[in-house]
Design a protein around this ligand. Structure first.
Ligand SMILES: [Zn+2]
Length: 467
């Protein structure tokens, strides 16, 4: 049964795991979802070991076919998108009488699928890349010193898979070369040697990728790229390829306006379902490696905001610059905040921004702290904040806190004391808080890296005083 575009849409809409709609879920959030699979009996669920902090690591199996496929997700704890897609796939395999029974039967007869979701649960707990021992598991395939990496290698040796899928997230700043389009999915058949040789094992991985790319192009034309193919002797993907499994790296990237990566998760689901179809039917074998080579490599020229042609000045010397801003996520316990930072200054014509604005020689205006009075959070309405912004105040002092109110989401910096000093010009690594305008009028505010157009209708940029 050959699934076409509409089938993939239908499958995802039927089986998307609704309990997971945010990226910062934890091991405890997926435990009951994995347990559910035991009830349906379509997948077997087995604990194969525990993380350093004793969190269970599971392997789920579907099918009993001769071709063995091993997939693992989230060996980097802050790369959760594929874990979501795997849970969607489990729901799909638990389904019945939905038009996909023939497809599932074919998969189950031809393939045995082994899934290891969330290989780094301790990292997921902290939303960090590394394990609880602060080691990057994807640089541990050679030493196999981490408990969790050793579990994965043991599965590789035990199962001797024919195909392997290494599932990651890449950062939001990769673009398709020469365009402002973020890379939504990047793919790679990792190299097993420095010469990037192509044996039959790696060639088959490339052919499966051609099949995946074909379906993704129907959804996200020109938003698929190849990941860097330099050989990394410590990486798991490279070693799986060396160990004889045709190995495919899938990196979940970015899709504009999709901070929780729910669209990207859908394309993950579709990519994997398509791969299973190609492998089960053998249709991948007719694909041309030239089509793999034709997929462009990731470029990395995106920023969160790019402000072009900004006039800056020192000692009476003026110059026009482009300013790039990144919005870095900082994790604090179970929550996080965003810190807008100036990333680059100069000629950035070859770069792009998710927010991209030519300010046509308007000036950089330093931000000020409003110190005439101290506010309480309850009185801070949007009109009050906008009025302060228009006067060049980027920071205010507040005396209180309110349960559930996150001060970093306000479109003005909320300070506890008078410790705010706006820079006189953009400085690399500095907080991105400043204004843009002419001598007579402030036109834009940049607060914590977010650009606010002060001429726009209120509420366009933010609702209820919140960014
Ligand atoms: Zn990763």
């Amino acid at each position: 049964m050959n699934l076409v575009k509409d089938d993939f849409i239908k499958a995802f809409s039927l089986y998307e795991e609704k309990a997971l709609q945010h990226r910062r879920f934890k091991h405890r959030d997926i435990l009951p979802l994995l347990e559910n699979n035991k009830i349906h009996k379509q997948l077997t669920v087995e604990e194969i070991g525990r993380s350093v902090e004793y969190r269970s690591i599971f392997r789920l199996r579907y099918g009993q076919g001769p071709i063995k496929v091993l997939l693992w997700s989230q060996m980097h704890g802050d790369e959760p998108t594929a874990t979501m897609a795997l849970l969607d796939l489990f729901n799909f395999f638990n389904g019945e009488r939905d038009g996909f029974d023939t497809f599932r039967k074919e998969i189950a007869e031809k393939l045995t699928l082994y899934f290891i979701p969330m290989l780094n649960p301790d990292g997921a707990e902290r939303y960090q890349r590394r394990t609880a021992m602060d080691v990057d598991m994807n640089r541990d395939a050679r030493a196999v010193a981490t408990v969790e990496g050793a579990l994965l290698k043991a599965q590789a040796m035990l199962l001797k898979p024919d195909f392997a899928f290494n599932l990651h997230n890449q950062n939001n700043y990769y673009n398709i070369p020469g365009t402002a389009t973020p890379v939504t999915i990047s793919l790679l058949a990792p190299a097993y040697d420095y010469a990037r040789s192509v044996n039959t094992v790696r060639a088959d991985a490339m052919r499966v990728i051609v099949g995946i790319n074909k379906i993704l192009q129907e959804f996200i034309p020109n938003a698929v790229a190849k990941y860097d193919d330099e050989h990394t002797p410590r990486g798991f993907g490279d070693n799986f390829q060396k160990w004889g499994a045709s190995t495919i790296l899938i990196e979940s990237g970015a899709y504009a306006g999709d901070p929780e990566k729910l669209e990207v998760r859908k394309y993950n689901f579709i990519a994997l379902l398509k791969a299973f179809q190609e492998i089960a039917s053998g249709s991948y074998s007719v694909h041309d490696i030239a089509d793999y080579n034709a997929i462009p490599f990731n470029d990395e020229k995106l920023h969160d905001a790019l402000i072009r042609n900004l006039s800056i000045e020192k000692n009476g010397k003026k110059m026009l610059v482009d300013v790039a801003i990144r919005q870095n996520e900082k994790t604090v316990a179970d929550d996080y905040y965003v810190e807008g930072v100036i990333e680059d200054i100069g000629d950035l014509r070859d770069f792009y921004g998710y927010t991209d604005l030519d300010v046509e020689e308007l000036q950089f205006i330093p931000a000020k702290l409003y110190s005439d009075r101290v506010f309480s959070l309850a009185e801070l309405t949007l009109p009050i904040i906008v009025d302060l912004l228009k006067q060049g105040f980027a920071a205010i002092m507040v005396s209180d806190t309110m349960e559930g109110v996150k001060v970093h989401t306000f479109p003005i910096q909320i300070m506890k004391g008078a410790n705010f000093q706006g820079a006189v010009r953009p400085i690399i690594g500095d907080h991105a808080d400043f204004f843009i305008g002419s001598k007579s009028e402030i036109r834009y505010a940049v607060i914590n890296g977010y650009l606010i157009d002060l001429k726009e209708e209120m509420g366009e940029n933010f609702k209820n005083g919140i960014l």
